[in-house]
Design a binder for this molecule. Structure first.
Ligand code: ADP
Ligand code: ASP
Ligand code: MG
Length: 409
């Protein structure tokens, strides 16, 4: 028996027609003799709608209650899909995260999966049942409902596949695979037949939302065979591979972007041991993740410290920074939440010089000013003004020759 875990994202279950189409596909695969576990997202727009409702009753919704609320979107689609499968003659069961026992930590809104008790699912599969699981949610040790962060149903699916040692985990979405850049922004982006887990992890964590970062981490850690496919069209999709050098001949695999960034600068910080620590300790204590950091040391013993945070944390970070700047007798605090981060990703960077120069030239040719730069072995990220997002992504995409006809299946 082949065990397949499939995940259907928001647009793939957006209405009854789409849910019926999903049920048809699952039904076909079940009838062909596969064991099927199906993870579903909420209907597209539903999680946003629930989040808006919450802010209408509370400007800063309590995280525990917010999770109880936003977990309902997935409950709805799980039940509907299970009914649609029963209507097609299958024995189907829908489960919430706590019923399957997806145990997480207690960090509401971005909980991490600790363990999955697969006994119940296995028992159902043994009885020939199709198991439908509500994505995005889990339960903490005290029985509180938790959610896994936006896009978290991907992680539910990959974690289920890991726990069940599934033969394949298939992520069905509204694009037919992983592309060299977001096809919504770059019309001539190309679908990749395969991508290494390492590159996929970079693309995801740098903003390509086709897979949630944590799901790729799970796939890497447990070697889950993972494929991204379209729920609208048939096709081979993109396979995430584990070979270290599978793409050696390919220099750059893709361009990613993150819109939701903001930049903060403290000027004239005294250049002495401990200042960075003082600054970032306060930011860290407020649970704010810091991304890029740049420090420019001036000749006068004063330095400018610039760093980026998630845009949602911008106001909070600004407030903290003003306080810390004063305590350090630093100069001004300057903030800018109209910036974006664009990144070039590829394992080929390890063995090739000149990638950064090509990237910077492409941006310069378009008159785009680079505000910050950060690099790692397989990526180069730049911060630019928000208005240059599309132009910058397209310029980099074409500078590395990524456009082209669709990859052969
Ligand atoms: P779902 O609701 O199915 O989980 P998401 O909206 O989370 O779907 O992710 C799919 C979207 O990811 C696509 O519609 C596309 O706009 C975006 N995306 C960003 N970067 C990429 C990329 N490199 N390849 C494919 N899709 C991408
Ligand atoms: N419904 C959740 C979200 O919109 C989880 C998911 O779709 O993966 O983020
Ligand atoms: Mg998603």
């Amino acid at each position: 028996m082949t065990l397949i875990v499939q995940k259907y994202g928001g647009t793939s279950v957006a209405n009854i027609e789409r849910i019926n189409a999903v049920a048809d596909r699952v039904s076909r695969m079940r009838s062909a003799g596969n064991d099927m576990v199906v993870v579903v997202s909420a209907m597209s727009g539903e999680t946003d709608r629930l989040l808006r409702l919450a802010t209408e009753v509370h400007p800063n919704p309590p995280p525990r209650e917010l999770d109880v609320l936003i977990a309902t979107g997935e409950q709805e689609t799980a039940a509907l899909l299970s009914m649609a499968l029963q209507q097609r003659g299958h024995d189907a069961r829908s489960y919430m995260g706590h019923q399957v026992h997806i145990l997480t930590d207690n960090v509401h809104g971005k909980a991490r999966i600790r363990m999955i008790d697969d006994a119940r699912v296995r028992k159902d599969l043994g009885r020939g049942r199709v198991v439908v699981v509500a994505g995005f949610q889990g339960v903490d040790e005290e029985g509180n409902i938790t959610t896994l962060g936006r896009g978290g149903s991907d992680t539910t699916a990959v974690a289920m596949a890991a726990a069940l040692k599934a033969d394949e985990c298939q992520i069905y979405t509204d694009v037919d695979g992983v592309y060299t850049a977001d096809p919504r922004i770059v019309p001539d982006a190309r679908r990749l037949d395969r991508i290494t887990v390492e590159e996929m992890l970079e693309l995801a964590s740098l903003g390509a939302k086709v897979l949630q970062t944590r799901s790729v981490q799970f796939a890497g850690r447990y070697k889950v065979p993972l494929r991204v496919l379209s729920s609208f069209d048939e096709g081979p999709g993109t396979l995430i591979t584990f070979e270290e050098h599978a793409m050696e001949d390919i220099l750059i695999s893709g361009i990613a972007y993150a819109r939701d960034e903001a930049k903060l600068t403290v000027t004239d910080v005294p250049d002495r041991p401990g200042v960075a620590w003082t600054l970032f300790a306060e930011i860290g204590a407020a649970n704010i993740d810091v991304d890029m950091i740049v420090q420019n040391v001036g000749a006068d013993g004063l330095t400018d410290m610039t760093f980026t945070v998630h845009r949602a944390d911008y106001d909070k970070a600004l407030k903290i920074l003003k306080k810390v700047a004063q305590a350090l007798s630093a100069g001004d605090v300057i903030g800018d939440d109209k910036i974006v981060k664009i990144s070039v990703v590829g394992v080929g960077m390890r063995s090739h010089a000149g990638i950064a120069a090509t990237a910077f030239r492409a941006l310069s040719d378009e008159g785009i000013n680079i505000q910050m730069i950060s690099t790692s072995e397989i990526k180069i990220s730049v911060v630019v003004e928000e208005k240059y997002l599309e132009l910058g992504v397209r310029a980099l995409h074409s500078a590395f020759g990524l456009a082209g006809p669709p990859a052969a299946g």
